[in-house]
Design a protein around this ligand. Structure first.
Ligand SMILES: Nc1ncnc2c1ncn2[C@@H]1O[C@H](COP(=O)(O)OP(=O)(O)O)[C@@H](O)[C@H]1O
Ligand SMILES: [Mg+2]
Length: 303
């Protein structure tokens, strides 16, 4: 049995991708796509179709339902492979390596670009957690009930990609976005440590983490018009150089600043950040002053 996504990718043949794409095409309409439709859309003779479906089922890239509403549906891994195929065909990535994170919202892999650079490939999952957030945040408020997980996962991918592009353009310290397809976002690899595991920093370095994070929140709010909404020590990467730098990652759940809950989420993000930096590194700043600065109500930083 193949062990990982990349091994599966290398085993698949053109017929397999045609069948995956055929099922994907009807996914908005059918939870399980009738086999006649798959056959028509894939344009394969029955013998090749059966072979491909068999292989895809064994690899758990599609799921079959029997009974009166019988048919095939994509699994998350099936969708991952379609995105991967696109990214490879476009010359965005040349190889997919280890999984570096299995978050609640997605699977994150290291990849290699054709130029040999390390990149990060994040396959979004619109699971239970996202659905909860989606109900909370108005900006997702498309007709959520009428859409499937697959469409939602793609929306989440697009949101993260576009947020990263806008943030980087305005000079925020976030991983630069490289490409997006379906629910997958490719970004530059930030060679840093999650703040959660950074136990000791000298005062100057801890201060840099604070300044970089707050400046990014300010750019997000004043120039891009968004609030992160899920800031924590797990979504800040610390690059241990001279000077130390901090990058804020994981943006798909952002809200626009004029949404009703934006104020509350911004206050939560800032309070959380300051409380963490105080507890771990002894830095002390006033939440209200930082909030005023982040919102652009004052131009003088509070430090
Ligand atoms: N651009 C990046 N560079 C380096 N590591 C990353 C990058 N993006 C994500 N990671 C790693 O993967 C983990 C999960 O990514 P994240 O975007 O926070 O997704 P989620 O928390 O929704 O699963 C992060 O905590 C981080 O360790
Ligand atoms: Mg995260």
């Amino acid at each position: 049995m193949p062990r990982n996504l990349w091994e599966i990718f290398k085993m698949l043949e053109d017929d397999d991708f045609r069948v995956l794409r055929a099922i994907e095409r009807f996914h908005g309409k059918y939870e399980y796509v009738p086999v006649e439709l798959v056959e028509k859309a894939a344009g394969l003779p029955p013998s090749r179709l059966v072979k491909a479906l068999h292989r895809l089922s064994n690899l758990k890239l599609v799921k079959r339902r029997l009974g009166n509403l019988s048919g095939y549906t994509l699994t998350y891994m099936g969708l991952d492979l379609l995105a991967l195929r696109n990214l490879v065909a476009r010359g965005i990535i040349e190889e997919l390596g280890d999984k570096i994170g299995v978050g609640k919202e997605g699977d994150v892999y290291i990849g290699v670009s054709p130029g040999g650079d390390r990149v990060v490939v994040k396959f979004h999952r619109a699971g239970r957690e996202s659905f909860r957030k989606i109900r909370r945040h108005r900006s997702y408020a498309l007709d959520v009930r009428a859409t499937t997980w697959l469409i939602l996962a793609k929306i989440v991918g697009e949101r993260e990609f576009k947020a990263l592009v806008a943030l980087e353009r305005e000079g925020a310290k976030v991983p630069p976005a490289i490409a997006w397809n379906r629910h997958a976002v490719v970004q530059k690899y930030v060679d840093g440590l999650e703040l959660s595991i950074v136990r000791e920093l000298d005062e100057e370095s801890a201060f840099r983490v604070l300044v970089d994070s707050v400046e990014t929140l300010r750019i997000a709010y004043t120039r891009v018009g968004i609030v992160h909404g899920d800031l924590s020590e797990y979504n800040i990467l610390v690059k241990l150089g001279e000077p130390v730098e901090a990058y804020i990652i994981d943006w798909p759940q952002y809200v626009y600043k004029d949404e009703p809950n934006a104020e509350e989420l911004l206050r939560r993000d800032v309070t959380y950040l300051l409380r963490f930096l105080k507890r771990r590194f002894g830095l002390s700043l006033d939440v209200e002053e930082v909030l005023r600065y982040v919102k652009g109500e004052v131009d003088e930083p509070p430090w």
